[in-house]
Unconditional design. Structure first.
Length: 145
């Protein structure tokens, strides 16, 4: 019997599950929207809600808890400075799960998990802007050839 067994195992060891959760939380905080399988999204949602609720309380203890759970100073700062201010009037329900069909290959159910009222520009954090100097150098090479 599975009485008192709270969370899904996801066919992983406990250490792998903890690492998976930490990495997915950091990605969700950084990009504010990620695509994953439906069971992983359902596993991530309550943890993400708890992280935002922790960030709304401003004291040393919650800062240390955030750092111990996320293990990333940038993510912890974003939770405390940006996300907690965005959701200060909201009493929960910070994330949503949208079903996104099935994955090609193994037919796994996919889902998009995102923050409600998310910043659309957060998806482009890592994408580099086109460097105009490189374009100009290429044009000069073509002109001289």
């Amino acid at each position: 019997m599975r009485h008192g067994m709270a969370n899904k195992k996801l066919n992983r060891t406990s250490e792998h599950r903890k690492a998976l959760l930490k990495n997915m939380l950091n990605s969700l905080i950084k990009y504010e929207q990620i695509t994953t399988t439906l069971p992983k999204a359902k596993f991530l949602k309550p943890q993400a809600e708890k992280i935002i609720t922790l960030g709304k309380k401003e004291n040393l203890q919650t800062s240390k808890l955030l750092m111990s759970q996320l293990q990333d100073i940038k993510s912890a700062n974003k939770v405390k400075k940006t996300l907690s201010k965005r959701y200060e009037k909201r009493k929960g329900g910070y994330t949503r799960i949208i079903k996104a069909g099935f994955r090609y290959g193994d037919n796994a159910p996919m889902a998009v998990i995102e923050f409600v009222d998310r910043d659309v520009e957060a998806k482009r954090v890592d994408k580099k802007k086109k460097d105009t100097s490189k374009v100009e150098k290429e044009e000069k090479k073509l002109a001289t050839a």
